[in-house]
Design a protein around this ligand. Structure first.
Ligand code: GDP
Length: 444
């Protein structure tokens, strides 16, 4: 795969036209973001032929014809992510229970055994693709998750040819570069943080097109080669003494932060160690949650806290947690921008929460977590003796992770129970640093 010149697209050698369904199939498998789609696009070029859109899953299986020398084959990619809107997710209520067949005519139900054993980061779609493929192209990048997938392939598909491949810096999801917005009140140290990260001359070196007047975007590459876009807001003006809550400057600056949040994937909400957390901070926090953005709370000027010890950190954390309750899932990073200390932690924390926000949970694991949560604490019974039942749960979207619960009657799940379920999902399946959404759909 490293030698791209060896991918020959010699159409003359494939002069005899073989129908799509008779071609041998090659499935591209690997954990999310490993580069499957990029490889697929490279192999298939403009020959993207068929999209198999299966009920109950949120990923498409893409098929495309490709050539290698004089051999022609069909490549299957499972990497196309579709983000469902709320109304689309509702349609899945009907779809989730329908049994269908794949392109090869194998009923999906017969795949349930393999699906039940599949690693969490492998989708049902990928199982279908592997089932019908003669050759599996297994893309790795040396992460622990690769081993899990390898074990699964070995256990279930030892009869197939598996080719291990490592890609040379191609990215899944086209040109997706996560955007990190740095927001917070004036003087908390946003500019200092940016300077520590990318240097003073950032606005001159690499302005990104589409730059708005109220924020400056800078592209930034970490040591391990991951690109990010930093959205630098001019800050939110501290409420001047005597100024009313509706004062124009404040309204403008809050709006500016809101716009930056909207364009971002991760928000670094910067607060100052010695200062109090204000209503403005809370407004921003609320907006981050509402917009479904990942978040890192940055407590800057940590150097100004005298005699720090474990106790003072705990005390400080409690205070931040209490005042920014709505972000109780966000990690806290303590740093000193002007001393250059721990600023890198902001980026590593941002990288982590961004991954969580883009994470998919395998359907079987998800349903297992939900079943256990219900067994531990069933939904309350109404006075009439009715009780909520969950039929099936599916992750309908990422960014942020969105789960749809298909239930007998959504009204039988009170707010307290929904919060309990969210807590259980978080404690059993993670998702630190990102909001998650639970949608409850009645099946009449
Ligand atoms: P912004 O308005 O949020 O962009 O804040 P600035 O980056 O302009 O910083 C405001 C002031 O705080 C400047 O005088 C900085 O030198 C100072 N400052 C920023 N970060 C730190 C820090 O970590 N420790 C200390 N002691 N001062 C800091």
């Amino acid at each position: 795969v490293r030698d791209k010149r060896r991918i020959i697209r010699d159409k003359t050698s494939a002069s005899k036209h073989i129908p799509d369904n008779l071609l041998p199939r090659v499935a591209i498998i690997g954990r999310p973001n490993v580069g499957k789609s990029a490889l697929f696009n490279r192999l298939v070029g403009g020959n993207r032929a068929i999209v198999v859109d299966e009920p109950g899953v949120t990923r498409d299986r893409l098929y495309g014809r490709s050539y290698w020398g004089d051999r022609e084959f069909m490549v299957i990619d499972t990497g196309g992510v579709i983000t469902l809107s709320k109304s689309q997710a509702g349609v899945m209520e009907e779809l989730a229970i329908t049994t269908t067949v794949g392109m090869d005519g194998i009923p999906l139900a017969s795949r349930e055994a393999a699906i039940a054993r599949m690693p969490s980061m492998i989708e049902k779609q990928a199982v279908a693709a592997v089932d019908e493929a003669a050759v599996i192209l297994f893309i790795v990048d040396g992460q622990a998750a690769d081993i899990e997938i390898a074990d699964w392939l070995r256990r279930n598909y030892s009869d197939k040819r598996i080719i291990l491949a490592e890609l040379d810096g191609v990215e899944e999801d086209g040109n997706y570069i996560p955007a990190i917005a740095i927001v917070g009140r004036p003087n908390v140290g946003k500019s200092s943080i940016l300077n520590a990260l990318v240097g003073e001359d950032r606005t001159i070196v690499s302005p990104v097109s589409g730059t708005t007047r109220d924020a400056i975007d800078t592209e930034f590459t970490t040591e391990d080669g991951q690109k990010y876009k930093l959205i630098d807001t001019a800050g939110i003006r501290r409420r001047a003494a005597g100024a009313s809550a509706g004062s124009t400057t404040e309204t403008l600056s809050v709006k500016r932060a809101f716009r930056a949040i909207r364009r971002s994937d991760v928000v670094a909400l910067v607060v100052e160690a010695m200062a109090c957390i204000t209503e403005q901070d809370y407004k921003i926090a609320e907006r981050i949650e509402k917009e479904g953005k990942a978040c890192v709370i940055v407590v800057n000027k940590w150097d100004t806290i005298p005699n720090k010890n474990h106790q003072s950190t705990t005390y400080y954390e409690q205070d931040v947690r209490e005042k920014l309750r709505i972000l109780d899932w966000a990690p806290i990073v303590y740093c000193s921008a002007t001393h250059g200390s721990s600023v890198d932690k902001i980026i590593s924390a941002a990288a982590l929460v961004e991954k969580e926000r883009s994470r998919r949970l395998g359907t079987s694991i998800l349903n297992q977590v939900v079943r256990e949560a219900i067994a531990f604490k069933p939904p309350p019974r109404t006075r009439g003796g009715k009780r909520g039942r969950v039929y099936y749960t599916t992750q309908a979207a990422i960014r942020p992770p969105t789960f749809v619960f298909f239930v007998n009657d959504a009204k039988l799940f009170p707010e307290t129970y929904r919060r309990y379920m969210e807590k259980k999902l978080r404690s059993d399946a993670g998702f630190p640093g990102t909001p998650i959404r639970l949608l409850w759909r009645s099946r009449k």
